[in-house]
Design a protein around this ligand. Structure first.
Ligand SMILES: C[S@@+](CC[C@H](N)C(=O)[O-])C[C@H]1O[C@@H](n2cnc3c(N)ncnc32)[C@H](O)[C@@H]1O
Length: 252
């Protein structure tokens, strides 16, 4: 039967690739790469490098799937994301059906950990539900941006006995959630924390391009460093064309 592996590859540094992921990489016939356009080609290059570095021999090939465009102006955010996921699933189904033989193993190299803010598991679940093409699948965990962020800042993610909340920049705009003194923010287009009240009672630990040669870290009292982070982020995005950043907010 066809097999699909969703392999977490960590967030940039090939040293983040686990031994379990390396074993999985060596079972793969076809790697499906998702082309998100010019600016993120660097992320495709990281995936190709990982294969070259960790796979013994050359008995594998790459198939590129073009990322469908997402309507970011649509009024209903959830509906727009669902529509985009559906179109993505159809493209994946076509690529897998065409490129993978009935006994072959295919893989998606998932940035960071496949269980954290990533749509690949949902897409594969959608393919299973459509039941047009039988296959087995497996998820291999990876090192996420959150783990690298706190390690770089030499912090435990939680203080003793305290809960942690993981959210997006969009949701942080409503404020820190009640009962949470530790909040990790991902997928923030701007720097939503810059608008929070009580910024003089919150520490921020920010990291961009974690695990890559372009890594940038800033930390301090939010009221003192928010402007610097916002400015730095705008500059980095302008210079490179894209940015990935994550931060931890911790009430003092
Ligand atoms: C679609 S999510 C993918 C998360 C990923 N699955 C993980 O385990 O980290 C993309 C978000 O992850 C964070 N991220 C991923 N890689 C990063 C990196 N190298 N440095 C900083 N943040 C990163 C950013 O918040 C980015 O907006």
């Amino acid at each position: 039967m066809r097999k699909l592996l969703l392999i977490g590859i960590g967030v940039g540094d090939p040293d983040f690739v686990t031994q379990q992921a390396i074993n999985a990489l060596n079972r793969v016939d076809v790697f499906f790469l998702i082309d998100k356009g010019d600016v993120k080609n660097e992320l495709i290059a990281v995936r190709r490098d990982i294969c070259q570095r960790f796979i013994a021999g050359d008995g594998y090939r790459f198939v590129t799937i073009d990322e469908p465009l997402r309507d970011r102006e649509a009024a209903g955010y959830e509906a727009a994301v669902q529509d985009w996921l559906d179109r993505r699933a159809a493209l994946f189904e076509e690529a897998i059906g065409t490129e993978l033989g009935p006994e072959d193993t295919g893989a998606f190299l998932v940035w960071g950990d496949p269980t954290l803010y990533d749509g690949t598991i949902r897409i594969i679940d959608a393919l299973v539900a459509r039941a047009k093409m039988p296959f087995e699948h497996e998820v291999i965990p990876g090192i996420s941006a959150i783990q690298v962020l706190v390690a770089r800042h030499r912090l435990p993610l939680n203080r003793i006995g305290e809960p942690i909340h993981i959210t997006t920049g969009r949701r942080l705009a409503d404020g820190l959630p009640d009962g949470f003194d530790n909040v990790v923010v991902m997928l923030d287009a701007g720097f939503a924390a810059g608008q929070l009240p009580d910024a003089d009672q919150i520490d921020v630990y920010w990291g961009a391009y974690l695990g890559t040669a372009s890594e940038v870290l800033i930390s301090g009292r939010l009221s003192e460093v928010a402007e610097e982070i916002g400015r730095r982020k705008r500059q980095l995005r302008a210079d490179k064309g894209w940015i990935m950043d994550t931060y931890l907010l911790r009430r003092t």
